[in-house]
Design a protein around this ligand. Structure first.
Ligand code: GAP
Length: 519
């Protein structure tokens, strides 16, 4: 993971947000290459959901919504995580994310003066240490905990005992956690000049609710019959207790969500269909089926509204973790909003002449988590022979599926001080630029330029060399200044990122070849 994080920074995929001020925990920026990668991912999801299907329409809801939405959806009352706080540092942890530890607990009594009395007030303090001979460390931590309250005058060890698999202490310093509390994950904000209960609302913690609330509006304009869906991509915000694993758990992130409305009783069947469709989709973006685990979420772990949920999980370097949740939400959301707003949200079935609330199946994927999975899946280090010197060296390569690659092809004149090569390379750039994201590079040796392409995950390198000029002379179909015209015979070297194989290809064939390759 460290190597991937370093590469992301070195090549401009992902940076810490507000880095020059020390960053902001749980917030990340996408650099030039990361932005392209993320855009390719979102565009492909959007294309698959809204362009290649007849039964899904798009939506772009606002991030700020009437606070009543979040009350009716259940978020205000229930969207929280249990949280424990370290009694020494006040750092917050999610109890389910604390690794069990085995070791020894030292029990102390700290005494402090009570003003106007010759007695000491005694406080009980316990500290966890991994080894029995860590009494000095335990004593130091106990003193720090006691000193938080007031200067203490005595610290006495009462007894110690062995403990296995405890999650009651901060693994970083051995101080005990306080009582478990509920911690709301919603970011509050105020709309307008006055900060009051009435002006309070929240940054949306999921994009889904905008689509439920707008169900009737969309139904009226989209002229769709059930089953049909509404798709949306957008930012969501959660004040996570422990943002971690790079972008995996962030406080600001993007979701790609589909709310698929179906006839009552058909939810389970659509849940299966969407699970299969989404599994196939991950393969299309370069994540092999074998790396995705399907978890049937047990009832006790499901969101309260869910009648069945699959989690699609990916084998990240830090463990098998959720990429996407696919939930059968029943008619919970529509029913809640109809009741709270007083506006009916039923569907009128022309065939049966009945009114009812549809059920909803929701595939909800994380953009940032999928970008991270793409980076993890693409990352490779291998020993190869340098293409110029023939010497063995380690190359770092991002083997993105071409349709996801931020840049599709790099264009190089073999030498930058040969104007004919440069003019021709610029002409190839002009030919391809309207069709695909490409880069142009004339700095450094050709071997170095190929390595740069590899690290950026660019699937093709196009080199304009002396053979190109010879071909142009013989065919003499290029226009003045190396302008490319149809029917020319000029060829370039096409270098493939993964195999490092090189072949010659006619410039005129490049557009069709590359467009087919990047899907
Ligand atoms: N509307 C349903 C919903 O929001 P969720 O399982 O809470 O369900 C869906 O979130 C997806 O959003 C997750 O599978 C994950 O990919 C992404 N996601 C959720 N919380 C996230 C976080 N803190 N950081 C990054 N991505 C997150």
């Amino acid at each position: 993971m460290e190597k991937i994080v370093a590469l992301c920074k070195r090549r401009g995929f992902i940076f810490q947000s507000s880095e020059i001020y020390g960053g902001l925990n749980g917030a990340w920026d996408y650099g030039p290459l990361g932005t392209e990668l993320k855009r390719n991912l979102k565009d492909y999801w959007w294309k698959c959901m809204t362009q290649l299907r007849d039964d899904v329409v798009g939506y772009d809801g606002s991030i700020l919504m009437n606070a009543a939405v979040w009350k009716a959806s259940g978020h205000v009352d229930t969207f929280s995580d249990p949280m424990v706080e370290c009694t020494l540092t006040n750092q917050r942890f999610r109890p389910d994310q604390v690794s069990p530890q085995s070791g020894f607990v030292y029990y102390f009594t700290a005494g402090k003066d009570i003003e106007g009395s010759d007695k000491l007030k005694e406080i009980a303090i316990k500290v966890f240490v991994p080894n029995e001979d860590n009494e000095a460390k335990a004593r130091k931590t106990a003193r720090q905990i006691a000193d938080k309250e007031k200067e203490i005058v005595s610290l006495v060890l009462v007894h110690k005992e062995a403990l296995t698999n405890t999650v009651a202490f901060n693994p970083e310093n051995g101080a005990p956690f306080g009582e478990s509390k509920k911690f709301s994950l919603m970011f509050k904000t105020y709309v307008g000049a006055v900060e009051s209960e009435e002006s309070k609302t929240y940054l949306r913690p999921e994009t889904a609710q905008a689509m439920f609330v707008a169900f009737k509006n969309v139904l009226e304009v989209a002229r769709k019959k059930l089953p049909f869906g509404i798709a949306q991509i957008g930012k969501a915000f959660r004040n996570e207790i422990n943002p971690r694993n790079f972008t995996f758990r962030s406080r600001e992130f993007e979701q790609m969500e589909l709310e698929f409305f179906v006839k009552p009783g058909t939810g389970p069947e659509w849940l299966e269909k969407w699970k299969d469709a989404r599994l196939a989709w991950y393969q299309e973006i370069g994540i092999p089926r074998a790396k995705i685990h399907v978890l049937t979420v047990p009832e006790k772990d499901r969101a309260f509204y869910s009648q069945g949920t699959y989690d699609l999980e990916y084998e990240f370097p830090f463990g098998v973790q959720e990429l996407e949740g696919i939930a059968h939400r029943g008619n919970y959301d529509l029913a809640q909003h109809a009741q709270a707003s007083g506006k009916p949200l039923d569907y009128f079935d022309e065939e049966t002449k009945q009114k009812y609330l549809p059920e909803v199946v929701e595939p909800s994927a994380g953009v940032d988590r999928t970008v991270l999975a793409l980076l993890c899946e693409a990352f490779a280090e291998e020993t190869v022979k340098d293409e110029e010197s023939g010497k063995e060296e380690t190359r770092t390569v991002l083997r993105f599926a071409p349709r996801m690659a931020p840049i599709k092809a790099g264009i190089f004149p073999l030498l930058k001080n040969k104007p004919e090569l440069v003019a021709k390379a610029r002409a190839v750039q002009d030919l391809l630029r309207p069709l695909l994201k490409i880069s142009y590079d004339e700095a450094g040796s050709i071997g170095k330029r190929y390595r740069r392409l590899d690290e950026e995950g660019t699937p093709f390198g196009i080199t304009i060399d002396f053979e190109t000029l010879e071909g142009a002379k013989e065919g003499s179909t290029s226009g003045p200044g190396g302008r490319i015209e149809a029917g020319q015979v000029d060829t370039v070297t096409l270098r493939h990122r993964d195999s490092m194989k090189q072949e010659r290809i006619a410039i005129a064939d490049l557009p069709a070849y590359l467009l087919a390759a990047v899907g």
